[in-house]
Design a protein around this ligand. Structure first.
Ligand code: HEM
Length: 418
């Protein structure tokens, strides 16, 4: 017997989504006392879900597809068009293999080394500056790291602008108005830059090192044994560069946590590997970054007596799950130790998506993210000292993506004397 999926109040909840941001799904699940509810967003029927069981369902490829799941406004800013995010089945698996082949242990060690090198170079500049807006500077550091790691030439003079554009593509996806338009323009510029570069590689004018993303993507052949269209190759190479720059968000939140929890800072200073790892995991759990992920119902099915109709857009609440008391003890407390001997499943800790990252849509760069965060936050606690001046440290959960209001200002940076 089918039962109706509970429905949220109001004809269309788009305005509520804008004003409640990360809390939109959680608020309604709590109010309606359910893990599943239906609503209308941007004039279409949408089912919202939360909880580990719902996550397991969401990542079942027999039930859901990604084709047509991301609205145009997200493709024009965050994702790009015709990239891996919107593929299904064999075409997805083949493209995903390309991404996963770039994430070998050796290549992850390379990016850690590059990260330390860039931080150390930056310190020379920071020591002579009054105040640093950490988020902005970390984006630029990571843009240099990303380009070098991916085999993308980056002129010294253009690093700031490219970093800014890669950041704006992320900043613009959850917005309406100027922030969104800036994201679209930034994507156009970035795609032109990278598409030209892909053509240069194919013409033999540029030769990025073997094993780098630029080399692998330019030479990748699809299931039809043809090279990717150069525009799609650009989208995919940006699927490497853009998210590496986006790790700046997590590092900024990490520094926020170090400031708010001096005891964690001390442990990071004396801590060996495991504590740094636990701290990084807790930053990814505690702070808001991905609000939710979306897919469409492949064909009609019933789950827990609820009818899911073919084509319906379904959103899984990533932020809500990171704060779900059924999964986490005292979820609104920042406690890295919770990850000591943590035994989770691929469906209950999903800040970068759930399930399997080679077979499904889980983030291709999750291990890389963790390694770059560990290196950056270890560096910030062990190699330099800085002060945090009075500023607005609040985090507005209705802004997607979120950041500390003043983007984490630090001052009086100096190298630690060892
Ligand atoms: C900055 C932190 C990051 C966050 C919060 C993040 C988050 C996510 C999320 C939520 C997804 C979608 C999961 C799904 O649809 O089920 C995803 C997919 C993806 N991410 Fe990340 N990611 C990050 C970093 C990275 C990095 C560093 C890379 C590459 C170097 C990367 C590459 C990708 C790719 C290629 C996909 C598409 C996977 C697919 O559709 O199969 N991400 N990420």
């Amino acid at each position: 017997m089918n039962v109706h999926i509970p429905r949220s109040e109001g004809l269309d909840n788009s305005l509520e989504l804008l004003s409640e941001g990360y809390l939109f799904i959680r608020n309604r699940c709590r109010y309606l006392q359910t893990d599943v509810f239906q609503t209308r967003l941007l004039a279409q029927n949408v089912i919202c879900m939360t909880g580990a069981e719902a996550a397991q369902l969401f990542y079942d490829e027999e039930r859901f597809i990604r084709k047509g799941a991301a609205p145009k406004r997200i493709q024009k800013t965050l994702f790009g068009e015709n990239g891996v995010q919107g593929l299904d089945g064999a075409a997805h698996r083949h493209r995903k293999l390309l991404f996963m082949s770039l994430m070998t242990p050796g290549r992850l060690n390379d990016i850690v080394d590059l990260t330390y090198t860039q931080w150390r170079k930056t310190i020379q500049k920071w020591e002579s500056r009054d105040r640093i807006i950490l988020f902005d500077d970390v984006q630029e550091i990571l843009c240099r790291v990303a380009c070098e790691w991916a085999g993308v030439p980056l002129k010294e003079a253009e690093a700031g602008k490219r970093a800014d554009d890669l950041g704006k593509m992320v900043d613009g996806f959850g917005a309406v108005g100027p922030r969104h338009w800036q994201g679209k323009e930034a994507r156009k510029r970035s795609e032109q830059w990278i598409e030209t570069m892909i053509e240069q590689i194919r013409d033999g004018e540029l030769n990025p090192p073997k094993g780098t993303a630029a080399d692998a993507i330019a030479r990748h052949r699809g299931l039809n044994d043809k090279p990717l269209e150069s525009k799609i190759a650009a989208v995919e190479l940006l699927n490497i560069l853009r998210p590496i720059v986006a790790i700046a968000t997590y590092i900024t939140f990490g520094v926020h946590a170090l400031y708010e929890h001096p005891e964690c800072r001390k442990k990071m200073q004396s801590g060996k590997g495991p504590y740094v790892q636990q701290f990084v995991q807790e930053v990814r759990r505690f702070y808001p970054f991905t609000p939710f992920v979306g897919a469409r119902v492949r064909r009609n099915f019933t789950w827990k007596n609820y009818q899911f109709e073919e084509g319906t857009l379904v959103l899984l609440d990533v932020y809500g799950m990171n704060h779900d008391p059924r999964i986490w003890n005292q979820p609104d407390e920042f406690r890295p130790e919770r990850f000591d001997h943590w035994q989770g499943s691929p469906f209950d800790f999903i800040p970068q998506g759930g399930g399997d990252n080679s077979l499904g849509h889980r983030c291709a760069g999750e291990a890389l993210t963790v390694r770059v965060m560990e290196a950056g936050l270890h560096f910030l606690t062990n190699e330099i000292d800085y002060e945090v001046p009075v500023q607005d440290l609040s985090i507005n959960l209705s802004r997607i993506p979120a950041l500390p209001e003043d983007r984490m200002v630090i001052q009086r940076v100096r190298r630690k004397t060892l």
